[in-house]
Design a protein around this ligand. Structure first.
Ligand SMILES: NC(=O)C1=CN([C@@H]2O[C@H](COP(=O)(O)OP(=O)(O)OC[C@H]3O[C@@H](n4cnc5c(N)ncnc54)[C@H](O)[C@@H]3O)[C@@H](O)[C@H]2O)C=CC1
Ligand SMILES: O=C(CO)COP(=O)(O)O
Length: 307
């Protein structure tokens, strides 16, 4: 798997390309403004890493389809859901490239800037076939990058997508200056909510206790580099969403994922109280303070759910 093409010239695509180049892989980075040479590099790729934001993935993969060798592995590094279809990103890729295509998903606590400078980082890798997962584990690992294998695509992708929703909430709570109890409760009940949705979709609850669940949730809810958390911080200051997003150059996936996750929960009869409150906050229908009050006054219940 020496020849690798990375789709997406944003922070994450660039960090992964830098990492892979450091490992001696023959890497081409495809960004929106790329020329034909980068397009042609897809012909020779043994592996294609997709780090396009979720809303652009289908279009980019569709355009790359004719250029990709049939056996090339596609590794999704995107964290989100397709709003129009409520599909996970690996499902979007499969939809476009067919179910025979080897597909893997990389997700876990991994700020792009930290991977780019070689800070120790561990992630989960899931896939539709064991050999594909093992190959990605082997090809991407380094002294500072470690990959844990799993077959649970659903758990890994729902964990990666949903943590961004809770991170926006964590940022908002931080802005309100409510102390340390409240963010801790938010992370814990956020994880319960993510696990509930993943489980209803066929994922394993244990996956959500791992790197692409608890691990990434803690990082994104508390890390200074998180864009999603920073959106929440600004919302907590009373700024309207359009103004916040208008000033941001990078993608905050949690904004779109909130709507998609809520719809997915509705479709599968899964209650997502924090996500539902965040949807109202993002729509400007409620302040973060009112959302916290309403969450606190919900009917009290057992902590552990019996399925
Ligand atoms: N930045 C990070 O630390 C990490 C990001 N991710 C995930 O990676 C994905 C990409 O994030 P970043 O690279 O950080 O975003 P970014 O905001 O830094 O860059 C996004 C890139 O995608 C391109 N783009 C935007 N819309 C597009 C479209 N419709 N079609 C084609 N290209 C489009 C932009 O031109 C830009 O090059 C997201 O799903 C994010 O959640 C995952 C792990 C870490
Ligand atoms: O996914 C990430 C870290 O694992 C990056 O989070 P943000 O998109 O909130 O910056």
């Amino acid at each position: 798997m020496q020849r690798i093409a990375v789709l997406g010239g944003g922070a994450w695509g660039t960090a992964l390309a830098v990492h892979l180049a450091r490992l001696g892989r023959d890497v081409t980075l495809w960004a929106r403004a790329s020329n034909n040479r980068s397009g042609r590099a897809l012909h020779a790729a043994a592996c294609v890493v997709s780090a396009i934001p979720s809303h652009g993935t289908r279009d980019v993969i569709r355009r790359a389809r004719g250029l990709l060798p049939p056996e090339a592995t596609v590794v999704s590094a995107t964290k989100g859901l397709e709003v129009e279809t409520l599909l996970r990103v690996s499902e979007v890729i499969e939809d476009e490239l067919g179910s025979d295509r080897p597909i893997a998903v990389l997700s876990g606590p991994s700020f792009a800037a930290e991977l780019a400078r070689g800070a120790p980082t561990a992630v989960a890798v899931a896939g539709n076939c064991e050999a594909t997962v093992a190959a990605v584990q082997r090809e991407f690992r380094s002294g500072y990058f470690r990959l844990y294998a799993t077959q649970d695509l659903v758990g890994v992708e729902i964990g990666g997508a949903m943590k961004n929703v809770i991170a926006i909430a964590a940022g908002a709570v931080e802005s309100l200056g409510l102390g340390d109890n409240c963010p801790s409760a938010l992370i814990t009940r956020g994880l319960a909510e993510i696990s509930r949705l993943a489980s209803a979709l066929g994922g394993q609850r244990e996956t959500l206790a791992g790197l692409s669940g608890l691990g990434d949730l803690v990082l994104t809810c508390t890390g200074q580099l998180s864009r999603n958390r920073s959106v929440g911080i600004e919302l907590g200051k009373g700024r309207p969403l359009e103004e916040i997003l208008g000033k941001m150059r990078a993608v905050a996936e949690g904004v779109r994922t909130t709507e998609a996750a809520l719809a997915l929960g509705g479709r599968h009869g899964v209650e997502l109280p924090i996500t539902a409150q965040m949807a109202d906050v993002l729509a400007g229908q409620k302040t973060p303070r009112v959302a916290v009050e309403e969450l606190m006054l919900r009917r009290q219940r057992s902590e552990v759910e019996v399925e």
